[in-house]
Design a binder for this molecule. Sequence first.
Ligand code: FEO
Length: 401
Amino acid sequence: MINTVKIEESIHFLGVNDRETHLFENLWPLDKGVSYNSYLIHDEKIAVIDTVKSTKMDAFIEKIGGIIGDKPVDYLIINHMEPDHSGAIKAVREKYPNVKIVGNKKTFEFLEDFYGIMDHHYMIDDGDVLDLGKHQLKFYLTPMVHWPETMMTYETTSKTLFSGDAFGGFGALDGGVFDDEVNLEFYTDEIRRYYSNIVGKYGAMVQKALKKLKDAGIDIQVVAPTHGPVWRSNPSCIINYYDKWSKAETEEGVVIVYGSMYGNTQKMADFIARKLSEKGIKNIRIYDASKTHVSYIISDIWRFKGVVLGSCAYNTGLFPAMEAVIHKIENSQLKNRYLGIFGTASWSGGGVSTLNQFAEKIKWQKIGESVEAKSSPKEKEFEMCQQIADEMAQLLIHERV
Ligand code: FEO
């Protein structure tokens, strides 16, 4: 028996879970899995919205058949061409040869380049409407959230926004599909990790898309993204999260990330954390960059206002695990953070000086003087670490409302 999950009587959830893949985009750990969400509208005309990764195409095609039997799919709407969603387009075409593929000009460029598909196109432009019978689909082009062709599809009867990757997150859907069926605490962390690593660089474009939806005046009762829970009880919750994260808004707290070979730089990290705690800061996260994947570190940096980075020197430069951290921060163009810097030198420097160069480029508000201890921290360096902690805590506490 195939489980069917419905948003409303004729709108079906076709999502599949992936708990096998280790790395999303072959980069980001999927410890808690991921879902590839797709949807089917069963009307006079039948429309499928987005597909799934190719490894899941059999289960996906089976789900479609379980709902519509021998009827054909009339339209396949493609909100996003990244292969975790476009991977079953060919399978849909093979099963339903007359299906029209609905997308914008850029969609069809990718469709040809990835899959060599050059026919049965149904090209739409911003604001166009497709009539399925009782349901109408209205299309909103939202480029660079997070690819050039990305768009959203709004169903006017159920007031459902099929949003593509926007409003999505990591985490397989373990039974619960809707926001009111799951523990949102579990998903919020995974949604922020998804946002910060996959979409975060395009915050300005997320803001543009949110403005477009607002200006259009559409009433969004359900947010149905391509990953993670479907938001039917509190859609504004996920919209507000994306709004806040794309504006680089923060919570009170400090993320301390360090690279340390023999524990001397780590000592400084622990010292700064304790001093922050003594000053009343409760959200303090310390990460050893060698151990924790950068995607988790970035997710917390996206959340909290304070960042303190530390490194020992390694072969006259920055400790390699810290290179991944600063590269990811720079690449995501995150703004509006406080930054403290510490570390150690031994037979050469290079760790702290590279972090100082990073500080000049990133233009976050620098806190205290950078501290560099020779081989191991002594009284003087601990005092400087305390200054970073004191100044950071003072600024954060000052911002309390
Ligand atoms: Fe979920 Fe950008 O693909």
